[in-house]
Ligand binder design. Structure first.
Ligand SMILES: Nc1nc2c(ncn2[C@@H]2O[C@H](COP(=O)(O)OP(=O)(O)OP(=O)(O)O)[C@@H](O)[C@H]2O)c(=O)[nH]1
Ligand SMILES: Nc1nc2c(ncn2[C@@H]2O[C@H](COP(=O)(O)OP(=O)(O)OP(=O)(O)O)[C@@H](O)[C@H]2O)c(=O)[nH]1
Length: 486
């Protein structure tokens, strides 16, 4: 694992712009209205050959009460605690403000390692602000222009000792061993480690209670919650230990219907949410018990399945339900009818507010993750295949019976299988479905996408050269017409 850098500074100094430059994608929102960045956000940064984790924070504010600004400040303090090194950004054009001074004081006390950066200093702009910056007592300021990419090699040089120290410490840690998916008879699964934590995205409509749920899980007020819809504007990620399981959680902006996306900000937020689905291994689709399985919920669940993620459906605000038994029966029925592609996926009821059901949710996530990682031994797979063929032989188009010769699992996460077949193009879809459902039931793989490919003996590895999904593809999915439920 690489070291972690937290970018802090008062609103509008250019933190998000710098974050974007380091991460190399438009992951953070940039806007010229102060206070746009509301939560912590993490990304993998590249600076020349250097790789590290960068955290972008909310704007630091003086307010100490429980106002939104006060809470943002608390979040920032947490970010600094999480980081190995802290980049304190000021606006060189505006010079040192009283707010900068106050937070410099806090940072001096809190963080072992602070790098002071005077941003917006492209060309000769901000010269006097740069000089003023010395008065903050944090050493020589780094001259930066996040927007124009100036000062990046100097930043790299300042981070080198941090990277070196971190690498030395990390050397003691155990190496990560990847699962060999090519062969083996064991039905084994891969366990999360600190280096590769369990990655969970919580997705759902605005106001479903995503932030409340994550706060409850983490047990501290790391995310902001509030009654107004859309308070979580961006997708952010949080690393923590979930009762012994290293975990990374992605909270996403509520995925609104396209028509309701009015301004630029919200449009970007939806894209961020989709990106979180892509990063995740397990997607928790959070429904509001009062309004479950709306079109948008179905689309998100379908998208997660198509992207090959393990899915857990959680029905929130269960504390508000009075007729729990009847409601649960209706929910299960609707789930089966509307999301047949997720057959067997866990459906759990929770109350993010009271914390009821969170143990069950954790269990469901862990078992979905285990299934997603699972591997079926080749010999049991082939015994199974001949039983399936015997019970229900493939058709014989033109009098020639299609032969299924051999099956093997070629990948995990999610499980992918290849069956060698004499006439793959002639085998009907329904037969493939029969096999997929059989795999799901007989090898106990509920609720995970299963990929099954038919290949003739001459075909090469079907996974070779396969393109990874891209955010634009994800966007296209979301933009599709009404959900058909097929
Ligand atoms: N001239 C100049 N403008 C910059 C530079 N970096 C950022 N800006 C502008 O400063 C404004 C604020 O940038 P952001 O990156 O949104 O600032 P922030 O610190 O993340 O703000 P909050 O989210 O409010 O905390 C935007 O209009 C940027 O285009 C720079 O290097 N030079
Ligand atoms: N009764 C009840 N209310 C809840 C529960 N979970 C969340 N809420 C309330 O629902 C509202 C929305 O919760 P948030 O956690 O902000 O929702 P969100 O999904 O993160 O919302 P966006 O940021 O808009 O995407 C808040 O007023 C919460 O207090 C629950 O389990 N029971």
């Amino acid at each position: 694992m690489s070291f972690t850098l937290a970018i802090v500074g008062r609103p509008n100094v250019g933190k998000s712009t710098l974050f974007n430059r380091l991460v190399g994608r438009k992951l953070a929102l940039v806007d010229d209205q102060p206070g746009v960045t509301r939560d912590l956000r993490e990304g993998e940064a590249r600076l020349g050959p250097m790789r590290f984790t960068v955290i972008d924070t909310a704007g630091l504010e003086e307010a100490t009460d429980e106002s939104l600004q006060g809470r943002m400040r608390k979040l920032t303090e947490r970010a600094v605690q999480m980081a190995d090194v802290c980049l304190f950004v000021i606006d060189a054009r505006a010079g040192v403000t009283p707010t900068d001074e106050m937070f410099a004081g806090i940072l001096r006390k809190m963080s072992a390692h602070v790098i002071l950066a005077a941003n917006k200093a492209e060309g000769r702009a901000g010269e006097s602000g740069l000089l003023e910056a010395y008065s903050l007592g944090l050493g020589e300021p780094l001259r930066l222009s996040a927007e124009h990419g100036e000062g990046m090699s100097e930043l790299h040089a300042m981070l080198e000792p941090v990277a070196k120290e971190h690498a030395e410490r990390a050397e003691a840690a155990a190496p990560v061993v990847d699962v060999d998916v090519e062969d083996g008879e064991e039905h084994e699964s891969w366990e999360p480690t600190e280096a590769r934590p369990l990655q969970i995205a919580v997705v759902g409509r605005p106001n479903a209670g995503k932030s409340t749920l994550i706060n409850k899980i983490i047990g501290q007020d790391r995310l902001l919650t509030g009654p107004e819809a859309g308070i979580t504007r961006d997708s952010i990620s949080l690393a923590f230990d979930w009762e012994g399981v290293p975990t990374r959680l992605f909270d996403t902006a509520g995925m609104r219907k396209k028509a309701r996306i009015q301004d630029k900000l919200e449009k970007m937020s939806v894209t961020d949410g989709l990106r979180a689905v892509r990063f995740a291994e397990v997607v928790v689709v959070l429904l509001d018990a009062e309004i479950p399985f709306e079109t948008q919920d179905l689309r998100i669940a379908d998208l997660a399945e198509r992207e090959g993620r393990a899915v857990v459906v959680a029905v929130n605000k269960w504390d508000l339900e009075t007729e729990k038994q009847d409601k649960l029966r209706d929910l299960r029925e609707a789930f089966e009818r509307l999301l047949p592609q997720l057959r067997g996926a866990p459906l759990v009821t929770v109350s993010a507010k009271t914390g009821r059901g969170l143990d069950r949710l954790r269990e469901a996530i862990l078992s979905a993750h285990a299934v997603w990682n699972s591997r079926v031994g080749t010999s049991s797979l082939n015994r199974w295949l001949s039983e399936m063929v015997e019970a229900h032989p493939p058709p014989a188009p033109g009098g020639r019976r299609i032969k299924l010769r051999y099956a093997t699992q070629v990948k995990t996460r999610p499980p992918g299988f290849v069956v060698m077949c004499s006439l793959p193009d002639k085998l009907p879809e329904s037969y493939t479905r029969y096999l997929v459902n059989g795999l799901r039931d007989d090898f106990d793989m509920p609720g995970t996408p299963i990929r099954l490919h038919m290949r003739s003996q001459s075909d090469k590895n079907p996974y070779k050269g396969r393109k990874k999904s891209t955010p634009s593809r994800l966007r296209k999915h979301l933009g599709k017409g009404p959900y058909k439920g097929t």
